[in-house]
Write a protein that binds this ligand. Structure first.
Ligand SMILES: NC(=O)c1ccc[n+]([C@@H]2O[C@H](COP(=O)([O-])OP(=O)(O)OC[C@H]3O[C@@H](n4cnc5c(N)ncnc54)[C@H](OP(=O)(O)O)[C@@H]3O)[C@@H](O)[C@H]2O)c1
Length: 249
């Protein structure tokens, strides 16, 4: 398929998994992929198990907790039974807490563990479990939502920046060792949503002022980058695509 055909038809009947698919970015990915004719599975801790596999243009749900290996294994077993393959795996799950970077006293072991479990170790469990299904996929690709914080060191907390930097580094390793499966990360700057509890108008004003494009990205814009990376950027792997209006510059 050439790039124009990929845009029009790349998702026709494709099996698309969206972990974190009930969140703001994940749900935008799931909606856009279903509109393009994909069979979409939305997975997250709060998801309830659907009885049947989705048809093209439809969506089903499966529960998964990326911090629990058995839970990831169960999701992969169900995906295997439903489809025997995954074409596009999107990881839009993540967790964080707001801790000022200079206040290491507040960055407890519990916060560090939770953040790394969700954002760095969880993706290892996910890719490990999905690998046999991706190997049987059509033009298989993994697109994960990272963060501009991995590059700037400015994020909700230091461990969060570190966990996303770990994810960006692992994607390079996986792109080299697991080709032809492609691995692409998409890195937004702050969105206006509830992902980081406690962010208020002052935070958003400062972020907009530090962003060359002079506004915040939307979940739909991040989702569009995920879909383009998945089906149009067919020679792109092992990279991080910023969707941040130039915030990292
Ligand atoms: N929002 C921002 O400002 C921003 C900026 C840069 C990067 N990001 C990244 O973008 C991604 C999506 O964020 P968002 O803004 O869409 O936040 P969101 O609306 O809070 O969505 C996050 C989703 O992740 C799921 N999740 C959390 N922990 C999980 C786990 N252990 N296992 C499985 N699912 C889990 C949650 O669903 P359940 O509770 O049902 O599990 C939730 O639906 C995250 O990776 C985040 O780091 C966000």
């Amino acid at each position: 398929m050439n790039p124009v055909e990929s845009l029009r038809h790349g998702f026709d009947g494709a099996v698309v998994l969206v972990v974190g698919g009930r969140g703001d970015i994940g749900s935008a990915v799931a909606r856009q992929a279903a509109e393009l004719g994909a069979r979409v599975v939305v997975a997250s801790r709060g998801a309830t198990k659907s009885g049947v596999a989705p048809v093209p243009g439809g969506t089903a749900e499966l529960p998964v907790d990326l911090t629990d290996s058995d839970s990831v294994k169960r999701m992969c077993e169900q995906l295997s039974a439903w489809f025997g393959r995954i074409d596009v795996a999107v990881n839009a799950a993540g967790a964080t807490k707001s801790v000022p970077a200079g206040n290491l006293g507040l960055l407890s072991d519990d916060v560090v563990h939770e953040v790394f479990e969700s954002n760095a170790i969880g993706p290892v469990r996910l890719i490990r479990g999905l690998l046999p299904l991706l190997r049987d996929g059509s033009d298989p690709v993994v697109v994960q939502v990272s963060s501009v914080a991995a590059r700037t060191g400015q994020g909700s907390n230091t461990a969060y920046s570190g966990s996303k930097a770990a994810l960006d580094a692992m994607v390079i390793a996986w792109a080299k060792s697991l080709a032809p499966i492609r691995f692409v990360n998409v890195a937004p700057s702050a969105l206006e949503n509830d992902f980081v509890p406690g962010r208020g108008p002052d935070f958003y004003e400062r972020t907009v002022a530090a962003t060359p494009m002079g506004r915040l990205a939307t979940p739909e814009e991040v989702a569009a980058a995920v879909l383009v990376a998945a089906r149009c950027l067919t020679m792109t792997t092992g990279v991080v695509i910023a969707v941040d209006g130039g915030r990292h510059l």
